[in-house]
Design a protein around this ligand. Sequence first.
Ligand code: NDP
Length: 311
Amino acid sequence: MALLIEIGHNGWYSEEDLAKELRTLDPKADIRTAAEPGNLAEVTMMAVSTLKSDQPTRLPNLQLVQKLGAGVETIVNHPLLAPHVRVARLKPEEPAREIAQYCLAYVLRGIRNMDYHEKAQARAIWDPVAPRRPAEVTVGVLGLGHIGGLTASLMRDMGFKVLGWSRSEKSIAGVTCLTGDHGLRGLLGESDYVCAILPSTADTRDLMNAETLAAMKQGATLINAGRGDLIDEAALASALYQRRPGHAVLDVLRTEPLPEDNPLWSHPCVTITPHVSGWHLGDAIGDVVENLRRLGAGEPLLHEVDRLKGY
Ligand code: NDP
C-alpha cells in the first residue's frame, strides 16, 4: 500500500514538500514522489492535481486517485482510468474562503470604482464618484457547493442581494436559490456581478455561450473562478462589445497557461489572473493520509466523487 504523489503541473506546491508534510502526519505511511517512485506495482493510491495521460497505465494496482483540491475533470474523464479505480477530492476550508474573497475583491473593486480612480489618478484628475451601496447591488453565484455556498454567504453577509444557482434545490438563509434553465436566465438577467464556481462537466461546458451571455444584464461583470471551459471564449469576446457582460474577470481559462498570443490578454474589458483564486490546501492535507489509511482498512473514503456525475 503506497501513495505516489505526482502533481501533474508546475507552479504550485512541490511534490517533495507535500510528501514531507504527509510523512509528518503519518510517519508509518509509505509515501513516494515521482522523483523516487520505487516499485510501481506497490502503489495503490495516487495524489494528483491534474491526472496526466500516461499515469494510470504505469500503475497496475491503482485503486484510488486522490485529487489535491476540488476539480476532478482530468481524473473522472481520463480515458485510461479503469472503471474500478475510485476518485476522491478534498474539501478544504482555506481555498474556499480564498475564492469567496477573490470574488468579493472584484465586486468591491467595481462598486468602489477603484479601476476608475486609478485611471483618473494617472491623469491627475480629481473626480469624486459615489460608490454603490451593497444593498443596491445583486450578486449571482453559479454553483452553490462547498465553495459557491461559502461565496454566496459571504456576499449576503456583506449586504448584497444574492441569487444562487445549482443543480439540485438548495436553501441558504438570505440567498434566493434557483435551479434549471429558467433560474439561470433569471439570475443572469438580474445580477450586476455573476460569480461562476461550477465544476467542469458535460452539462457545464460552454454553459456561458453567445445565448446565455446575451441574457446577462448590460454592464454586468462575469467572474469565473471555477473552470475555463464554462465560457465560450470567442462568444465572450463578441459579447463584451455588446457590454453583456461589460467586464470579465477570469481566473481560469480553457487553455492554461493562456498562450501569449491569445487576444484575451489585451482585451480592455478582461482581467486575467493565473488560476490563483484558491491556493492553499490548509489542514485538509490530513485527509490524504486518512484516505490512504481508510483505503487499506476498507473503510468509506472521505469525499469520494461519483465518477458518473463528474464532480
Ligand atoms: P462542489 O461539488 O461542492 O459544488 C459544485 C456546485 O456546482 C454544486 O452546487 C452543484 O449543484 C453545482 N453544479 C454542478 N453541475 C451543475 C449544473 N449542471 N447545473 C447547475 N449547477 C451545477 O464543488 P466545489 O464548490 O468544491 O468546487 C467547484 C469548482 O470550483 C471545482 O469543481 C473546481 O473546478 C473549481 N475550483 C477552482 C479553484 C481555483 O483556484 N480557481 C480551486 C478549487 C476549485 P448541486 O449542489 O445541486 O450538486
